[in-house]
Design a protein around this ligand. Structure first.
Ligand code: B3K
Ligand code: ZN
Length: 876
């Protein structure tokens, strides 16, 4: 940046001076350049009161202006002002047609924003501000226009030409070229524009909507991937039906297309009628795809589909409102996945992400409210806070209103704002209006950052039979927000008497939602004969940290008796965390450790119990991750955490060996692969048992893993076995299996990513050298975000002992990668910086090394806005 990038503030929002009612685009795609012609039909915005309105068109240094006309008259350069990234016109008539001709270079666009090439095909990514890399346009979400798009390209190389809406015309052109025209009747913001041109094949299906309209469903991919599209298609149809049943929302166009591309910065994009997906979020086949990836495909396909209402029909006024569509849509997709699979498992997994990663973000230098007040680069705000915490906030509204009133609220929201670009305030207002509930205090969730903390204590008076729960709330300061006001927090609780029975609370229910609104509140329960054990934050009813002085025995009691599945799992987690934290605090290398027997007893009970849901058994028996233990630590001792976790796993395995093997054998049944919840649960439990067993370092379990690998007919079992052996002490076997795996799967890019990740996350010494060698391997491609994530991000986030090596080598490595990527792909560069931004959590010597790494990026020369924002906030 020649000058410091500008900060954009929400308080500066102004309505657009001009509206663009219709946009006609023409693309001529060539190998060395692309020509874009754009015709914008504009008119004065009656809501803009300015006396001297200006039309600001956003562009980009990569967009070369060839000509500009107003109502057919070519403008001289003196008739507009062109600055680095804008083109401003003044004194425009009330209505006009603006015509521009521009040249762009998708063939050399490595930022993967705007129009670019992925493995030989053209595709687009316009959210948030990518459309301005295609042509000059008022590229802001509150300018909504209908689009008519003509694409012309070479017929042999690009037989398939797609854009939003319906195909209305097509024909042949000279020199072996052809063209098509698409028309999208729904006005949309430019960020939802899409174009695809390539040699693609497709599968087709159809869906009949609630009102009886037939919709064509098409999923496009390269020919070699045609066998991996069925699951996405099934997921799409399920999502369409679910949205009709649960939200009364129908699809609106006659065609819905999904295209799979290999080079993509994120998971997928909800462009109107033409979703573009990262191959990792759409391709699924048992042989090449793990259970986790199957579930991701189902969730992401649904998420993008749900955006058609929460995002496209009702869109965001400005980018500060991003959580309006993302938080709501994540809530919708999470509920969909819960309905399709196991509700408790889905909740446990989502809470894991919140507690491990979102809480860390909330405590770091990039902390922001779900509706931020300012940003430098909006791409930096596609965060866990906007998405996952945003979804938790919508979930709390659902909890406070109950399902019926929430549905009334969402109906009102969609009806009132259909076709509009609105704000999070409009969402809350609709919820209030439909329910008659007061959400004024609740709004603080939108503008206050940080994770609220609840401190709970209790008292029982045996004389009067009165039980009192005292709840104190506070919220730590975050950048720019020293003091916070009290939040309105729904706290779902239950009370369990010493026999294990649940006490009836309000309206005879076992669960009651307490409304916390003050800094300190006392809740009284009467008529109790003995002191109960409280079951707190049932279902994780609010995104908060809660502390209550549970004894280890009480946690074991809750594990056995709590009727809330989430709390049962949480009790197991808390027990393991408590025991492990004690060991971590006392940890000294070469000193023997002693495991509290109670963890063994508790785990044994779960392994022995008959009839427990296998999915829950495997969740309950999964030890807290190193990342979660780090998040909980005041000062992170990576080595102690790693050693203690290994010790605990080994000790449990030794004590429960017979049971683990028994469970392994029971779950190791020959069955045809199915991605259904119970089959996933079975594999998950089986592989968890294997992970405990292999930690014992016995040959027989190595053989068990090798046998599983050899006979596996699905990628879940194969990948699990490979990963366990590679991360074990059996180095020679690991080498042989890695070589075999690569030989088998080198033609499947997504499977190769697993192979890369398994090696990048291997905690054994020497990981950095292995990572550097992987980056020289032919399978690695430094321009492909999936490869970068599989190697670099996995190393930095999932290999803490090596990334945080005491000599700072991991930090320096990451800094070098960021410096490389800063120019090539700023979005990926800035995202990969995250682990370094957490320097405050580490001991002093490491802090110093992490800061040095950040400074080396800061001082490397010209920084993209993306990287500049994260670096400057991290070093502030
Ligand atoms: N809306 C897109 C994300 C776009 C990210 C732009 N940097 C995917 C989604 O949330 O559905
Ligand atoms: Zn989304």
């Amino acid at each position: 940046m020649s000058q410091e990038p500008k900060v954009i503030y929400l308080k500066d929002y102004q309505v657009p001076s001009y509206l663009i009612e219709a946009t006609e685009l023409r693309f001529e795609l060539f190998e060395q350049e692309t020509r874009v012609s754009a015709e914008l039909r504009g008119r004065r915005n009656p809501e803009c009161k300015s006396q001297a309105p200006e039309l600001v068109l956003f562009g980009h240094e990569e967009v070369e202006l060839l000509s500009l006309k107003i109502d057919g008259r070519t403008l001289a350069e003196s008739e507009y002002q062109q600055q680095a990234e804008t083109l401003t016109l003044s004194s425009l008539p009330e209505q006009f047609v603006l015509h521009s001709e521009t040249r762009i270079h998708p063939e050399s666009n490595t930022a993967l924003e705007g129009l670019y090439k992925s493995d030989g095909m053209f595709c687009t990514q316009c959210e948030a501000e990518g459309f301005r890399r295609i042509t000059f346009f008022p590229d802001r979400p509150d300018v909504m226009s209908v689009y008519r798009t003509t694409i012309e390209a070479d017929r042999d190389n690009y037989p398939v030409l797609l854009s939003n809406g319906n195909l209305v015309a097509s024909g042949e052109a000279e020199n072996g070229r052809h063209w098509v025209t698409w028309e999208d009747p729904f006005p949309k913001p430019s960020y939802l524009f899409a174009l695809v041109a390539g040699d693609l094949q497709y599968i087709e299906d159809s869906y009949t909507t609630l009102s009886g309209r037939d919709v064509r469903l098409l999923i496009y991919a390269e020919e070699k991937d045609l066998d991996k599209l069925d699951y996405a298609m099934q997921s799409l149809k399920k999502a369409m039906q679910w949205d009709e049943e649960v939200y009364g929302r129908e699809y609106d166009l006659d065609i819905y297309m999904i295209v799979a591309v290999d080079f993509f910065n994120m998971g997928a994009m909800e462009n109107k009628g033409l979703n573009i997906f990262n191959t990792s979020c759409v391709l699924a086949n048992p042989k090449t795809t793990t259970d986790a990836a199957f579930q991701r495909v189902e969730g992401v396909v649904a998420h993008e589909y749900f955006h058609n209402w929460s995002g496209n029909r009702v869109t965001c006024r400005d980018w500060f409102q991003l959580s309006l569509k993302e938080g709501f849509t994540v809530f919708r997709d999470a509920e969909f996945s819960a309905d399709m699979n196991s509700r408790t498992v889905k909740r446990v997994e989502d809470v894991g992400v919140m507690r491990t990663a979102q809480f860390a973000e909330d405590a770091g230098p990039m902390a922001h409210p779900i509706r931020p007040d300012s940003f430098i680069e909006i791409s930096n705000f596609y965060t866990l806070t906007i998405y996952e915490k945003g979804a938790e906030v919508v979930r709390m509204v659902h909890t406070l209103l109950g399902p019926e009133l929430f549905r009334k609220g969402s109906d009102l929201y969609f009806e009132r704002h259909d076709g509009q670009a609105v704000t999070t305030e409009d969402f809350i207002q609709a919820m209030e209006d439909a329910s008659g509930r007061d959400l004024s205090q609740f709004r603080a969730w939108y503008h206050q950052a940080g994770t609220p903390q609840l401190e709970v204590s209790d008292q029982f008076d045996p004389e009067s039979g009165e039980y009192q729960l005292t709840v104190r709330q506070s919220c730590p300061p975050t950048p720019g927000q020293e003091k916070k006001t009290a939040f309105h927090i729904p706290l779902a609780i239950g009370l369990i008497d010493p026999s294990g029975a649940e006490l009836p609370l309000a309206e005879g229910q076992g669960t009651q939602v307490l409304n916390l609104t003050e800094t300190e509140q006392v809740f009284c329960f009467t008529g109790l004969s003995q002191k109960p054990v409280p079951s707190l934050l049932r279902g994780f009813s609010a995104p908060v940290k809660l502390s209550y002085p549970y004894t280890r025995d009480e946690l074991m009691f809750l594990m056995a008796h709590d009727s809330d599945g989430f709390c049962r799992w949480d009790a197991a987690q808390k027990l393991a965390v408590d025991i492990m934290q004690e060991l971590i605090a006392a940890y000294k290398p070469d000193q023997t450790m002693q495991l509290d027997e109670r963890l063994i007893t508790a785990y044994r009970a779960v392994l022995e119990a008959e009839g427990l849901d296998q999915a829950m058994v495997s969740k309950v028996l999964s030890l807290p991750s190193e990342a979660y233990l780090s998040e909980l630590a005041e000062v992170v001792d990576v080595d102690a955490i790693h050693q203690v976790r290994n010790f605990v796993r080994r000790t449990l395995a030794a004590a429960l060996e017979t049971l683990l093997l028994q469970r392994y054998q029971e779950t190791d049944i020959a069955e045809e692969y199915s991605p259904e919840a119970d089959a996933i649960a079975r594999r998950s439990l089986k592989n968890l048992c294997l992970s405990y067993l292999i930690s014992l370092e016995k040959e027989e379990y190595l053989e068990l893993a090798k046998a599983q690998y050899a006979k596996a007919d699905n990628m879940t079992d194969m990948q699990a076995a490979l990963s366990l052996v590679v991360h074990s002490v059996f180095a020679a076997d690991a080498e042989a299996m890695l070589a075999d795996f690569y030989e088998r799967w080198s033609g499947e890019s997504l499977v190769v990513n697993l192979w890369l990740s398994i090696q990048a996350s291997d905690p054994k010494p020497g990981a950095l050298q292995r990572v550097e060698a992987l980056m020289q391997h032919p399978a690695f491609d430094a321009k492909n975000p999936n490869k970068l994530r599989s190697v670099i991000s996995v190393f930095c986030a999932q290999n803490p002992v090596n990334f945080h090596a005491a000599d700072g080598s991991g930090y320096r490595f990451l800094a070098q990668q960021i410096i490389q990527l800063n120019k090539q792909n700023p979005q990926i560069a800035s995202r990969m910086l995250t682990p370094l931004t957490r320097w405050k959590k580490f001991p002093q010597q490491r802090q110093k090394l992490m800061i040095e790494a950040l400074e080396s990026v800061r001082d490397c020369g010209e920084l993209s806005k993306d990287v500049f924002e994260v670096i400057s906030k991290s070093l502030a």
